[in-house]
Design a binder for this molecule. Sequence first.
Ligand SMILES: Cc1cc2nc3c(=O)[nH]c(=O)nc-3n(C[C@H](O)[C@H](O)[C@H](O)COP(=O)(O)O)c2cc1C
Ligand SMILES: CC(C)CC(=O)C(=O)O
Length: 303
Amino acid sequence: MSTTVLGYNISAPIMIAPTALHKLAHPEGEAATARAAAASKTIMILSTTSSCTVEEVASSCNAVRFFQLYVYKRRDITAALVHRAEKNGYNALVLTVDVPRLGRREADIKNKMIAPRLKNLEGLLSIEVDSNSGSNLEAYAKATMDASLCWKDVEWLRSITNMPILIKGILTREDAIKAAEIGVAGIVVSNHGARQLDYSPATITVLEEVVHAVGGKIPVLFDGGVRRGTDVFKALALGAQAVLIGRPVVFGLAAKGEHGVKRVIQMLKDELELAMALSGCPSVKDINRSHVRTERERLLSML
Ligand SMILES: Cc1cc2nc3c(=O)[nH]c(=O)nc-3n(C[C@H](O)[C@H](O)[C@H](O)COP(=O)(O)O)c2cc1C
Ligand SMILES: CC(C)CC(=O)C(=O)O
C-alpha cells in the first residue's frame, strides 16, 4: 500500500490535511497529531494557523512534514513564516489559494466565534480584532490575509525558498494547466472542505478533469469528504496520487489525542486494504480507471 509523494515514501496514500487550531480538539494540539503522523509513517501538513508553533511541531517528532502557507498582506511576515518552516526541516510548502476572504460561516457569526491565539503569528501580527459584529476568524482573515494573491506571487515565493511548492485549492482544468506551466511541484484538488463557497463543485466530480489537464506532469493530491477506505480507492482510481484527511483526523484527536489520530489513519488503511483485495489490486499501482464508474458514464450507458 505504500507510495511516494514528492519522492518521500509513505505507508499508504493517506496524508494529513492542514487544519487550523488543533488545541480546540485536544490540549496537546498539533504536536500530538504530528506524533501520530510519524507513527503511521505518513506526512502531516501543518497549518499556518496552528495552535502549536512551527518549532514545537518540528521538535515533537522527526517525521517528514510539509507546511501550509497563507499569504498575509504583510509580506515580511509571510517570508518570516516560510523561513521558519525551512529552517525547521519542513520539506514542502503547500500554498492555499482558496481563502482570499473567509467564507460566510453562519454558525461562527451567530456564536460570535473567538479564535484562540494563532501561535505562529505571536509577536508578529496583532490579531486583536473586534468580533462584536460576528466571527472573530472572519474579521481576522479580512484584516490580515492578502486577497490580491495571484499567480505571480508563486514566483516571489520561489525567490525566497528552496522548498518545493504545491498549490492547494485547484478545481478547474484551466488552473491545473496554469499550475503545471508555472512549474509547481504538485497540486491539491480541494474546495476547502466546502467551507468557503456554497455551490463549489464536490471535489470528486472535478478530479478527473484536473488529472487529464495535468497529464502526469505533476502529482495531483485530493481532499474533501474522504471518510472511508473506499473513498481513497475512488480518488486513486480517478488519478489522485494520494488523499488528504481533514475532519476525521480532528475527530480522532478530540476523542483520544495521538492514539485517536493513529486509529483514524489505521481504520482508513484497513478499509483501503480490504477494498483493494476485493477489487483484485495487490498494490496501489494496480488501482486504475476501470475500477470506478462515474455518474456521467452510468447515464451514458443507459442511452
Ligand atoms: C476545522 C478546519 C480547519 C481548516 N483549516 C485549514 C487551514 O488552516 N489551512 C488550509 O489550507 N485548509 C484548512 N482546512 C481545509 C482542509 O485542509 C481540507 O481541505 C478540508 O477539510 C477537506 O477535507 P475533509 O473533508 O477531510 O475535512 C480546514 C478544514 C477544517 C474542517
Ligand atoms: C484561520 C482560517 C482561515 C483557517 C481555515 O482555513 C479554516 O478554518 O478553514
